[in-house]
Write a protein that binds this ligand. Structure first.
Ligand SMILES: [Zn+2]
Length: 254
């Protein structure tokens, strides 16, 4: 069983054929952890998880949306997160590449959601783009001990600090890209019990489908790439990453 540790099946890219796609994902035995990116998508994520056994939800506000949150957003997230189908707070973090929200607002909303995760005893799913230093500093200060660096793009050296914090890393379609030697080296060098697979769909479609919409049924192509990097079978990659996902999200059902 493959586990997609980070997907956005609530995205409007799936509006026209979501039901058909969900059937396909289920028939392939793929489990999906769906990430929220704002309050609306967090609610949609939870609704998907309530309706489908193979989907679990994360709720949270993405750094892009940090300046759009209402005053009571933490109460709304807390309420959603009390549902047992919610397995993490995410995706949250910092994005200094786009800076759609001002840095200080991104930091504040990140810190507040980390506190919420701590209060609820939930792990966090972190988005960090061109912001690893600040991300690490805020995480260290927060006292949060369980997190996933989703679509990790830092170096192996930078990863050491996050490993020391107890964090996990997930990799997606980039592993299959021709010019992603650096990411493959990082995936090769990390401890295997801290690595998960993800699609981040509808984005980051793996080869040979690059340019098309991504979805969880493409996950085997990412697993295959990781098997090649680690020099083991796809079956072994599936077992290792499933066990890591189970540990990280504390899911007993699989
Ligand atoms: Zn994402």
């Amino acid at each position: 069983m493959l586990v997609d540790a980070h997907a956005h099946l609530d995205d409007k890219a799936f509006e026209s054929d979501r039901e058909k796609l969900l059937e396909e994902i289920e028939s392939q035995g793929i489990v999906v952890i769906n990430a929220g990116s704002d309050l609306k998508s967090s609610l949609k994520s939870l609704e998907l998880a309530r309706k489908h056994n193979f989907i679990y939800a994360c709720v949270g506000v993405h750094p892009h949306e940090a300046s759009n949150v209402p005053a009571d957003y933490l109460d709304i997230l807390r309420e959603l997160a009390h549902d047992k189908r919610v397995v993490a707070i995410g995706e949250i973090g910092l994005d200094y590449h786009y800076n759609f929200s001002p840095k200080d607002v991104q930091k504040k909303v990140f810190e507040e959601q980390l506190l919420l995760a701590k209060e609820l005893g939930l792990p966090v799913v972190v988005h960090s783009r061109e912001a690893l230093c600040d991300t690490l500093e805020i995480l260290e200060k927060s006292g949060v001990k369980k997190g996933l660096m989703h679509c990790y793009s830092g170096s192996l050296e930078e990863a050491q600090d996050f490993l020391a914090l107890g964090f996990y890393f997930s990799f997606g379609g980039i592993l299959t890209f021709k010019r992603a030697e650096k990411t493959r080296e990082v995936a090769a060098g990390l401890p295997r019990d801290r690595v998960l697979l993800e699609t981040d769909c509808p984005y980051l479609t793996p080869e040979p489908f690059r340019g098309k919409r991504n979805d969880p049924t493409r996950l085997p192509y990412i697993a295959r790439a990781l098997a090649k990097i680690w020099g083991i079978s796809e079956k072994e990659v599936e077992e290792i990453t499933k066990s890591n996902a189970k540990n990280f999200f504390s899911i007993d059902d699989f």
